[in-house]
Design a binder for this molecule. Structure first.
Ligand code: LMR
Ligand code: MN
Length: 661
């Protein structure tokens, strides 16, 4: 924790420093704006220097200071590039090492002017080269691709929307997840997105969804941006041909003609075996093909080529970055979480201050449960870019789930308010609200929950489960008839004494079977549970309570409820359970009262805006996807049996196919 604090401290300090720097920059830019002559003079010096350097070093390596007014337009680009190169539409081959490199740097320039929408851009150490292709068209294509690109890089984390197909989902892999082991309550790993039954196919259904976000869409300009490393030996004509072929491949990819695209890229590779763009194109074609054919095998094949791109010595940085990010995202998709970490670690070695890469590295660490490393990575991102919303929400999430509610809330709030890509997720709103509530800021918590509901991240301000089937009817408390569990209730209520005695006997003989609640839901007191069934599976202690287990084993909608548990819950006087929400709306929760003390201020449960208490021998049914809170202020312990059952609207098919929680 010490280390965390000092990191945080330095990160905050850096934030302040960076903030000052920003302010200084701003004021400097204002003064530049008012000293137009100085700018022109400076540009003249820069241009002269560039030309001199070019002549002397044989390089086009301009340190170009480009200052803009309030708006940046294509004509601005034309103006500044033509200032550097009067023959704007003429190919400037010599002495740039490759066409790819030239395009990459040109792209960088445009990226910073248009995509980042910076009003003032200081382009340092950039080789600004204009090529003989229509500038307007290229500018547009770069702009589009960059926007898509950003979406993709932020989406690795949002893959968990579907709750079961991404690396973030509980059933996807045995690796630990973002907030640790699977829990009974919401750990914030999904959104309220309607869950679909899993298709029986080679690939997982979210692939269709991922497809939209995936890399293919942004292929088009990328291939334009880089070219074979042997290009410096190629003539201008050859360069042009190559560029045309790459464009052709990209066009085919855009039209989803993957096989044709593949053969175009393979043809280029046969004559230019180390062309980064062609290899990248091939990887993209295979990736797209894998989606079309729902084949993991082809997807894995595509990863080899992304890897090749990354390892090519002549690969332009931007393409390398892109290939690395896609490769990591695809690994996560496949559940190959460790491979994603390895890929991103390697990328971070090449690009140690690239916040896109670091952000994804942090996500991959969270996927494998390495919260400590993730925290360090996000601290670094925030020291580089204090306003990075993506890093803020993740940093806040880590702090909050580690129990630092105040700092957690601080960063979660900043990140959510940034509205940056990847920040508008149910889990972030969920944990921000919780952190605010736990630090006496309930009014703000309420606002966040309302906002989450308004933004479609929660079903309502009270119903904040994140693994949902949307069409299910919902209200906090249920009658046995509504829940369609009349028979179960009858059985449980008629056998309640037997159940109670069996549990009390275990309590006397083997107290250790009751385990303390482990989900940080408890504010004060002592609360223990003994689980008989979880995720539809009998637990090892079930046989210690043979009569109860035999009874519930005749209730398929209960013991077969893969999104619930059957467990005893014992709560000592002086216990308060924070308001919380179960993970899913697919179950209803029955509480059979076994030992219910009425002394002192008693024990009671609030669900949404209604309070109830238990009665010995009686079943209480509520939907625990609604916020609930418990107080045990009696003078002796309270014991209940919790039996989760499938929600009555869940279909037989869903019972079989919904991922267990
Ligand atoms: C809960 O389900 O969170 C609680 O109601 C459990 C309990 O023992 O009261
Ligand atoms: Mn609960």
């Amino acid at each position: 924790m010490d280390c965390t604090h000092s990191e945080l401290h330095s990160s905050i300090q850096k934030q302040q420093t960076n903030g000052n720097e920003k302010a200084n920059l701003k004021s400097r830019s204002v003064s530049r704006g008012s000293h137009g002559i100085l700018i022109i003079l400076f540009m003249m010096v820069a241009i002269t220097w560039g030309i001199a350097a070019s002549a002397y070093f044989g390089l086009v390596d301009y340190k170009a200071l480009i200052v803009h007014g309030t708006s940046v337009s294509t004509s601005d680009i034309m103006q500044y590039t033509s200032a550097l190169y009067p023959s704007q539409y003429e190919a400037l081959r010599h002495p740039v090492r490759s066409l790819g490199e030239a395009l990459i740097y040109f792209d960088d320039l445009i990226f910073s002017l248009f995509v980042k929408k910076e009003k003032t851009s200081y382009i340092d150490k950039r080789r600004v080269v204009v090529f003989n292709f229509p500038l307007e068209k290229h500018v547009n294509s770069i702009k589009d691709s960059s926007q898509l690109y950003e979406k993709t890089s932020a989406n690795a984390v949002s893959n968990d929307d579907s709750a079961k197909d991404s690396g973030f989902s509980k059933d996807h892999t045995n690796d630990k997840k973002i907030s640790g082991e699977p829990t009974d309550h919401v750990d914030g790993e999904a959104s309220t997105k309607e869950e679909q039954p899993q298709a029986e196919s080679k690939m997982k259904p979210t692939q269709e969804k991922n497809k939209k976000k995936s890399s293919q869409a942004k292929t088009s300009s990328s291939s334009l941006k880089a070219k074979s490393g042997s290009s410096n030996q190629l003539s201008l004509e050859q360069n042009k041909t190559l560029l045309k072929q790459l464009q052709e491949g990209d066009e085919l990819l855009k039209k989803k003609k993957v096989n044709e695209a593949l053969s175009v890229f393979e043809k280029i590779i046969s004559s230019n075996p180390s062309s980064p763009s062609a290899i990248f194109g091939k990887a993209e074609a295979l990736n797209q093909k894998s989606l079309q054919q729902r084949s993991n095998k082809i997807l894995i094949e595509s990863l080899k080529f992304y890897d090749q791109v990354i390892n090519l010595p002549n690969c332009p940085k931007k393409l390398k970055k892109k290939a690395g990010l896609i490769k990591a995202e695809r690994h996560i998709f496949l559940g190959q979480l460790k491979e994603a970490v390895i890929t991103l670690k390697k990328m971070a070695e090449t690009f140690p201050r690239d916040t896109d890469i670091l952000n994804q590295l942090g996500v991959s660490y969270l996927y494998v449960g390495n919260t400590e490393k993730a925290q360090k990575v996000y601290a670094k991102v925030l020291s580089i870019d204090p306003d990075n919303g993506f890093a803020q929400v993740h940093f806040g999430f880590i702090l909050k789930t580690a129990g630092d509610w105040i700092k957690g809330a601080y960063y979660l709030k900043l990140g959510i308010e940034s509205m940056a890509e990847g920040t508008q997720e149910g889990k972030f709103y969920f944990h921000l609200g919780d952190a605010l509530h736990r630090t006496n800021r309930s009014t703000e918590a309420d606002e966040i929950y309302k906002l989450g509901a308004k933004n479609g991240l929660f079903k309502s301000k009270y119903q904040r489960s994140l693994y949902n089937v949307n069409r299910l009817q919902s209200h906090p408390f249920w009658t046995p008839a509504e829940a369609k569990v009349n028979n179960y209730v009858k059985t449980l209520e008629s056998k309640w004494k037997m159940i109670r005695d069996e549990a009390l006997n275990v309590m006397d003989v083997e107290k250790g079977l009751f385990i303390s609640e482990e989900e940080s839901l408890k504010d004060t007191g002592d609360w223990k549970q003994l689980t008989l069934y979880a995720r539809g599976q009998p637990q090892k202690d079930c046989k210690r309570l043979p009569k109860t287990c035999a009874l519930v084993s005749k209730m398929p909608n209960a013991h077969g409820c893969t999104r619930g548990q059957i467990k005893f819950s014992i709560m000592m006087p002086g216990t308060h359970v924070w308001p919380h929400t179960g993970p899913t709306n697919c179950r209803l929760r029955m509480h059979l009262g076994l030992v219910i003390p009425k002394t002192g201020q008693g024990a009671w449960l609030r669900c949404a805006d209604q309070n109830r208490t238990w009665e010995e021998g009686k079943v209480l049914i509520f939907d625990d996807s609604f916020e609930h809170e418990v107080w045990q202020n009696a003078e002796s312990f309270r014991l209940i049996l919790i039996v989760d059952v499938w929600h009555p609207d869940i279909t037989e098919h869903e019972k079989k196919t919904l991922s267990p929680i």
